[in-house]
Design a protein around this ligand. Sequence first.
Ligand code: NAP
Length: 312
Amino acid sequence: MTKILWAASDEVWSKFEAPLRREIAAQMPEAELVVGPHDPAEIEYMVYAPNGPVKSFDDYTRLKLVQNIWAGVDLILANPDKPNCPVARMADTGMAEGMSDYVLGHVLRHHLQTDYFASMSPGEWFHDDPPPLARDRKVAILGLGNLGIYCGQRIASQGFEVHGWSRSEKHVEGIKTYAGDQGFLDILGKAEIFVLLLPNTPQTQNIINADTLARMPKGASIINAGRGDAIVDADLISALTSGHISQATLDVFRQEPLPKDDPYWTTPNVLITPHVAAETRASTACIFALQNFVRGEKGEPFLALVDMEKGY
Ligand code: NAP
């Protein structure tokens, strides 16, 4: 009998138990769900999170797939004991919908200057020219993967002009695309609102720095829902202080929780959210995980596989 191990944290088990049992019954009724003590050599599929109980994969000799319940895989890749079988990211519909709610909401907030009006004093009655219409506002998505494409298309469907950057060349309906190093330099001058949805890899670390911020138009704003390591924090704070960057909405940080004395807390025009942009929704995550396990049983390619060389 195929054995599926629950190897994510105890804290989320109560949310996952019912949907995981439901999806096993629906999609792979012959499989057994293993929770707690087990013989590693019998496990073929793992529903996994880096903060769960499995720290070494050495004894899991029959593993066919480690299905991460998070979209980010940096902690898996940082583990010296990596799985020696395929690893899949979470790429379910709930994650994409949640992320696009967050990104669209904050793009609209930046677009409408909501924070500026919220900060006006009682009796203050002043505004500049009306803000541009959505169709005149350019939004750049840095990281055009599973989440970036979904968010970009949703923003485009609201009328914004959307540009998107990825490592490889892409054609995505509704998004003007850029790729590679030159593409990055090009897109920096093309938008007013920059949304970061990049994974944490050696190539993406520190890419938002004094030089690249200076290439963005004056008054540009930043929404980071990818990983904190993409931004040189001191450079962004400096650009916010000088007014070159008008505002930043930050959900991810180099250190989480963000320490109480971090300068971001007191930098004007920064909204901090505590890594809530797209939480894993158990119901859709379990559908996705089981779809992947069924593909494994049928000998079909797994979805959302991590490329260990590229690091995401
Ligand atoms: P994904 O499907 O792997 O997409 C990653 C995108 O980044 C791809 O378009 C990739 O380009 C691009 N990229 C990677 N390295 C690059 C480089 N050096 N230059 C240019 N583009 C590069 O990942 P995803 O599912 O969309 O998730 C993106 C990230 O969001 C995750 O890694 C995670 O860190 C973060 N996340 C955050 C939250 C939250 O709550 N804040 C929730 C979920 C995920 P190619 O398409 O060419 O490969």
